[in-house]
Design a protein around this ligand. Structure first.
Ligand code: HEC
Length: 182
């Protein structure tokens, strides 16, 4: 499985750093969240706030309906990648909440090879943590249950498992073990 997408390795460490950087800020938003904090897409007020911020800050590139830019998987005329969708047709759902927070705060350049140029802005110092969390909650809210379940499985303690997922989606403790043959 390729959780880091194009940028691959390093995300585990980044997740830890992102969680640490979040510290105790925006406590009101995290009040009902697990530790480390995650974007709770089952909180309607958080999703509504995220929708506003998304339309103001993200929709111009990622699409009014989260649909991304045309031919987003191919380099554009300037040799850069277009903005991917944030709905289930993209790959945002392959990232944990900590990874998404990191990507939004720092853009993708520091995950990419040296010299990589990206059109994704870095929002650290532009948007407060609570707004970044709200946007992620809005994005996650748009996903079908199965996709939300997959994404929640990337989070510590499966945080963000959707309330609509009635089944017990936790994986057995040894399911990641490599199959061995005698
Ligand atoms: C100026 C255009 C632009 C704006 C505005 C913008 N983005 Fe992006 N975003 C991009 C582009 C282009 C990429 C792909 C970058 C790459 O891979 O080089 C991207 C990538 C991302 C990714 C990484 C997706 C992945 O799985 O690799 C996330 C997450 C993201 N954007 C979230 C946001 C959010 C949230 C906002 C609003 C707060 C936002 N972006 C605003 C252009 C933009």
């Amino acid at each position: 499985m390729v959780f880091g997408g194009r940028y691959g390795a390093g995300f585990a460490l980044i997740g830890v750093m992102a969680a640490a950087a979040l510290g105790g800020s925006a406590a009101w938003l995290y009040a009902s969240s697990a530790n480390p904090p995650f974007a709770d897409a089952d909180r309607p007020e958080l999703v509504a706030r995220g929708a506003e911020i998304y339309q103001q800050r993200c929709a111009s590139c990622h699409g009014v309906h989260l649909e991304g830019q045309k031919n987003w998987q191919h380099l554009n005329a300037s040799g850069r990648l277009p903005a991917p969708p944030h709905d289930q047709t993209g790959h945002s759902w392959m990232h944990s909440d900590a990874q998404l927070i990191h990507l939004i705060k720092h853009s993708v350049a520091d995950e990419a090879p040296p010299g990589y140029v990206s059109d994704m802005p870095a929002y650290e110092g532009v948007l407060p943590d609570r707004d970044i969390i709200a946007v992620i909650a809005y994005i996650k809210h748009s996903w079908p249950t199965g996709v939300r379940v997959y994404q929640a499985l990337q989070n510590p303690d499966n945080a963000g498992m959707p309330a609509t997922g009635k089944e017990d989606w936790r994986l057995p403790a040894d399911c990641g073990a490599e199959p061995s043959r005698q």
